[in-house]
Write a protein that binds this ligand. Structure first.
Ligand code: HPA
Length: 235
């Protein structure tokens, strides 16, 4: 059995899954954090692996970039493969002075300019895509236990990476901390299916200062974020 985008048998994908956008990040996580990881799919070079973390089965699967792409993978993972705890692990652009390069952000909510929410609810309701509270609470506790720091709040999932028209000053004024391109879809599809989801990020570039991380700096904070996600996934 497989779906149009994932070539795995039922049972090959764990209920707990990490979702980086970049398939090579999925490979990196599988090789550096999971025990006995085995590739279960490489359709379109979007890689997926299952292994164990501290003895608990965990999968990791690339999603590609943007809301249409992650929506495909999340739908198939939930509805065909029975995934129940889904963690987006990615990078975001810092939007706010409270957020610095390399910080870890956890999205309590994901605002969006995408048509995804509008397509589901119509024109009058602005559904608010939010994190699963239990996962959020556990992730915050694990961050402290690991003696790391994370900033928690609202982010925005945008449809355009290159967007001259978006009003970043207004978003900042309303406390939006970071910008990325997938979390609102994950939270909305998880809400629809009554499963748990959480999105964690490292700040790879900053829209206020124009700074961006070196590849090496990116890796260190990325590894800390993965540790928080995995510790939360297995509880
Ligand atoms: N914009 C959108 N998505 C992103 C960014 C950004 O600046 N950085 C990382 N993901």
């Amino acid at each position: 059995m497989s779906t149009p985008h994932i070539a795995a048998e039922k049972g090959e994908i764990a209920e707990r899954i990490l979702l980086p956008g970049d398939p090579l990040r999925a490979k990196f996580i599988a090789e550096h954090f999971l025990d006995g990881a085995k590739e279960y799919t490489h359709v379109r070079n979007i890689l997926g692996y299952t292994g164990t973390y501290k003895g608990v089965p965990v999968s990791v699967q690339g999603t590609g970039m943007g809301i249409p792409s992650i929506s495909i993978y999340v739908h198939e993972l939930i509805h065909t493969y029975g995934c129940k705890k889904l963690f987006r692990v990615g990078t975001c652009g810092g939007m706010h002075p409270d957020v610095k390069l390399r910080d870890i952000l956890i999205a309590q909510a994901a605002s969006t300019d995408s048509s995804l929410v509008r397509n589901i609810f119509g024109g009058t309701i602005n559904f608010c895509p939010i994190a699963d509270f239990t996962l959020l609470e556990k992730a915050v506790a694990n961050t402290r236990r690991l003696q790391l720091k994370a900033t928690i709040g609202n982010i925005i999932s945008v449809d355009r990476f290159y967007d001259e028209d978006i009003d970043n000053d207004k978003l900042r004024k309303y406390g939006i901390l970071g910008v990325e391109m997938e979390a609102a879809a994950l939270y909305t599809l998880a809400a629809e299916a009554h499963v748990q989801a959480l999105a964690l990020f490292t700040v790879s570039d900053h829209l206020l200062t124009g700074e961006s991380c070196t590849a090496e700096e990116r890796q260190t904070s990325f590894n800390d974020m993965i540790r928080i996600a995995l510790e939360t996934a297995i509880e």
